[in-house]
Design a protein around this ligand. Structure first.
Ligand code: GLN
Length: 241
C-alpha cells in the first residue's frame, strides 16, 4: 500500500507551520508499515491529480491567497474532478476559504475554486484563540487554534463540527468547518493532525478506502495525544466534552 500526499503551494500557504500536518500523516503511515510520500508543489508546477491520494491546502494571508488564486483557476477543472471522484482533501483556514466560491475582502474579491458551495466575507475583527469542537466523525473532541478575519457561510453543507469553545465559521452559527464528500475544510491551524489523531486517521482511512478498499486501520498507541487533547478540553471547558 502506498499513499501519496500532495501539498499545494507551501511556499505561500503555510501559516503556523500547517505543513507539519503532513509529517503527522507520513508518520502514522510509517508506524503501520504503509508506504507514504509527500510532494510539494510550487506555483509554476503542473499537478497530476491522478497520482495523489490526499491533498493539503494550508493557510495564508489575504495577500498570499490573492497570489495563489490566479493559479488555482488554472488547476480548477482537474482539482474539481479529483474532488468529485472522491479524492481526499484537507484544507486549512486560507486554504479552506479558497475551496469556496469567493472570499470578499476590503481590498477586493478573491475568486475561489468553487469546489464546495460556500462563501467567505471579511469581518470587522479577527477571530483568534483556542477552539474546541464536537464532530460526528470522532469520539474525541477536535481541538485547535483559529485566527481569521473571514466569516464563512457553508449554506446547507455539513459542518466538521459544533463549536463548544471559540468562534468557528462565522462567530454566530455555532458551526465550524465543512465536510463535502472526502473534503474536510477547517479554520483550525497549526498542529491540527498531531492534536487530533482521529482526524489524521480519518483522512488516511478515506484515502486507503478509495485506493484499496481498506475498511479499518490498525490501532496506534495515542495515549500522549489523548492526554494532550483532554488537557485542552479541561482547560477551556472545564469538563470532559
Ligand atoms: N486571510 C484569511 C483570513 O484572515 C485566512 C488567514 C489564515 O489562513 N489564518 O480570514
Amino acid at each position: 500500500m502506498n499513499i501519496v500526499i500532495g501539498h499545494l503551494y507551501p511556499d505561500l500557504l503555510n501559516l503556523y507551520g500547517d505543513r507539519g500536518n503532513i509529517q503527522c500523516l507520513l508518520k502514522r503511515c510509517q508506524w503501520r508499515g504503509i508506504e507514504a510520500e509527500a510532494i510539494a508543489y510550487e506555483l509554476g508546477d503542473s499537478i497530476d491529480f491522478d497520482k495523489l491520494d490526499i491533498v493539503l491546502l494550508g493557510g495564508g494571508s489575504d495577500r498570499e491567497q490573492m497570489l495563489v488564486c490566479e493559479k488555482l483557476r488554472q488547476i480548477q477543472p482537474a482539482f474539481k474532478r479529483y474532488v468529485e471522484e472522491g479524492g481526499v482533501v484537507i484544507a486549512i483556514c486560507g486554504g479552506y476559504q479558497l475551496l469556496g466560491n469567493s472570499y470578499k475582502t476590503a481590498q477586493g474579491t478573491i475568486e475561489g475554486l468553487g469546489l464546495v458551495d460556500m462563501e467567505t466575507e471579511q469581518g470587522e475583527d479577527r477571530l483568534i484563540g483556542n477552539i474546541i469542537l464536537e464532530s460526528p466523525l470522532f469520539t474525541m473532541p477536535v481541538v485547535g487554534f483559529e485566527n481569521h478575519g473571514g466569516r464563512t457561510c457553508i449554506h446547507e453543507n455539513q459542518p466538521l463540527g459544533k463549536v463548544l469553545y471559540g468562534f468557528g465559521n462565522d462567530k454566530t452559527s455555532g458551526c465550524e468547518g465543512i465536510i463535502y464528500k472526502n473534503v474536510i475544510g477547517t479554520y483550525l491551524h497549526g498542529p491540527l493532525l498531531p492534536k487530533n489523531p482521529q482526524l489524521a486517521d480519518e483522512l488516511l482511512l478515506r484515502a486507503l478506502k478509495k485506493k484499496y478498499g481498506t475498511d479499518r486501520l490498525s490501532p496506534l498507541d495515542d495515549a500522549w495525544e489523548e492526554e494532550a487533547n483532554a488537557y485542552i478540553v479541561q482547560r477551556f471547558i472545564g469538563k470532559k466534552a
